[in-house]
Design a protein around this ligand. Structure first.
Ligand SMILES: Nc1ncnc2c1ncn2[C@@H]1O[C@H](COP(=O)(O)OP(=O)(O)OP(=O)(O)O)[C@@H](O)[C@H]1O
Ligand SMILES: [Mg+2]
Length: 224
């Protein structure tokens, strides 16, 4: 069973200056365990694609099916539940809560934090090399450390799918390599990654390359 299916997906944003077509008639099927790198110029629709796959936005037309559920047929509560159980997100800007500790930022992903999720959060933070920062706030961390917190949060619920939107965009090469390794490890453990990247180097880990141009899928190459 495919993990992600897009059928004739179009996304048009209404704006004051008229409608903007962000995605045009995109068809895509992603299987569990794939590592998909999504490339394309600024404004080509990459973030919009991830947003729709993650159920954070709805297509103007077409269908988005994740884990055999047509997202349009779910209530917003059901979509949030599916997201929480199956999908992790990582962004370029980390999106951490400034007033929460590292541990609590990771636990934000837990529906009901209990001893087990707390232990898992601590394990992830430890595994990502920032165990000594558990009680620190994001402002007290380096940018690379902040992205590791975001990765730990994304992985807390053992998602099947990790959506990563330029997660290395604000990182130096060393920290970018750490994040890429985390994504690779996640895939090796059976996870599926959809990674938006401008960076040719970060596509090395990918098993499949997509390219968007002005909202259209113009390249879909399966590697090795
Ligand atoms: N909320 C919005 N309202 C109106 N237009 C939007 C909105 N979000 C995105 N767009 C437009 O949709 C198109 C695709 O945007 P998107 O953010 O998906 O591109 P992107 O490929 O992620 O770009 P970048 O590499 O700069 O992040 C762009 O033309 C953008 O201006
Ligand atoms: Mg984007």
């Amino acid at each position: 069973m495919p993990l992600v299916q897009l059928e004739h997906v179009t996304k048009t944003y209404p704006t004051a200056r008229g409608p903007v077509d962000a995605l045009r008639d995109v068809d895509l099927t992603v299987e569990p365990g794939e590592f998909v790198a999504v490339r394309g110029h600024s404004g080509s629709g990459k973030s919009t694609l991830l947003t729709l796959v993650g159920g954070l936005g709805t297509p103007t037309s077409g269908r988005v099916i994740v884990a055999d559920r047509n997202l349009a047929e779910l209530s917003s509560g059901e979509r949030a539940h599916l997201r929480g159980e199956r999908i992790g997100f990582v962004f370029q800007m980390f999106h951490l809560f400034p007033y929460l500790s590292v541990l609590d930022n990771v636990l934000v992903a837990a529906a009901t934090p209990n001893d087990e999720t707390r232990r898992r959060a601590e394990d992830l933070v430890e595994r990502f090399g920032i165990g000594h920062r558990l009680t620190h706030r994001p402002a007290e961390l380096s940018t690379g450390e902040r992205q590791r917190v975001a990765m730990a949060r994304a992985l807390l619920n053992r998602p099947a799918l990790l959506l990563a939107d330029e997660p290395t965009g604000n990182l130096d090469p060393d920290n970018a390599a750490v994040v890429m390794q985390m994504l690779t490890d996640f895939q090796h453990d059976g996870g599926c990654v959809m990674l938006v990247t401008h960076d040719a180097e970060s596509t090395v880990a990918a098993s499949r390359l997509l390219r968007l141009e002005a909202g259209q899928l113009v390249e879909d190459t399966v590697l090795a």
